[in-house]
Design a protein around this ligand. Structure first.
Ligand code: G3P
Ligand code: MG
Length: 258
């Protein structure tokens, strides 16, 4: 069953990869930055290193966001922790370490924040292995209402649901670029909590259908609050933005019906 009754408690803004407009993405510093900017939820990507350690990282490789190169799947925890994942963004962030999931969960818990954890299944990687390792850690670390686990890959979400069958104890978010025709079947099969859609491809009638069916609706990754503004009227619950503070003065009334 969808959980329409909890919709009012949902975050209006979620910091995409942490406060990634102003700090190196998917880092502890980016999460602290989101909190300081007044945003209590973050979206972060999780993957496994070659030795099975879950880390907060988006790409298949480390070239774009570190001082090194090569595939994440080739790294051990020792090698990964020696990387500088801040300098690529700005010299002020030199020495920023790659965050393990364990470190990140501890920080989020200590800050009292919510987490949209995206299970990032890049090409050639196992969604099942990621679920088996990362999901129990996240479930142990955070209360159910402070965690939404999302993924573009339906089999990986099925594996997640198999770990925790109670939809109240594990909120699952279906991630889509463009909403497929069979989204209802997928959402029902997974006992999903939310849909997470590319805001540029979302259609008003689909947004209405998602809300009428009782699911939470989040949009990634708008960074222009004025261009996005009409979508609040379609019933969108929250934005996953690189710079969520931009949206503060454009948010609809929390209590108003969309
Ligand atoms: O979870 C929303 C968004 O993060 C999905 O795309 O590539 O930024 O992980 P990506
Ligand atoms: Mg993501």
């Amino acid at each position: 069953m969808p959980h329409a009754t909890t919709a009012n408690a949902l975050p209006r803004t979620i910091a995409h990869r942490g406060l990634s407009a102003r700090a190196p993405e998917n880092t502890l510093t980016a999460v602290r930055g989101a909190k300081r900017a007044g945003c209590d939820w973050v979206e972060l990507d999780v993957q496994l290193l070659g030795d099975g350690t879950p880390v907060i990282w988006h790409d298949n490789g480390v070239r774009r966001c570190s001082n090194s190169r090569g595939k994440l799947a080739k790294l051990t925890r020792d090698r990964a922790s020696a990387l500088d994942v801040g300098s690529w963004f700005h010299k002020d962030y030199a020495g920023e370490p790659m965050a393990t999931l364990e470190e990140m969960l501890a920080l989020i818990d200590s800050l009292g924040m919510g987490l949209n954890l995206e299970l990032k299944v890049n090409r050639g990687r196992s969604g099942q292995a990621l679920v088996d390792t990362a999901l129990p850690m996240a479930l142990r670390a955070l209360p159910a209402e402070q965690l939404v686990v999302s993924c573009f890959d339906a089999p990986t979400l099925s594996a997640a649901r198999a770990v925790q069958r109670d939809a109240e104890l594990l909120r699952i978010g279906l991630l889509y670029d463009k909403l497929p025709a069979d989204w209802r079947k997928a959402a029902e099969r997974l006992d999903a909590f939310s849909l997470h859609l590319n805001w540029r491809k979302l259609k008003k009638k689909d947004a209405r259908a998602i809300k009428d069916a009782g699911y939470a609706l989040f949009c990634y990754t708008p960074n222009d609050p004025i261009a996005f503004h009409p979508l609040w009227g379609w019933g969108v619950d929250g934005v996953i933005s690189d710079d969520p503070a931009l949206f503060t003065e454009y948010l609809p009334d929390q209590n108003a019906d969309a």
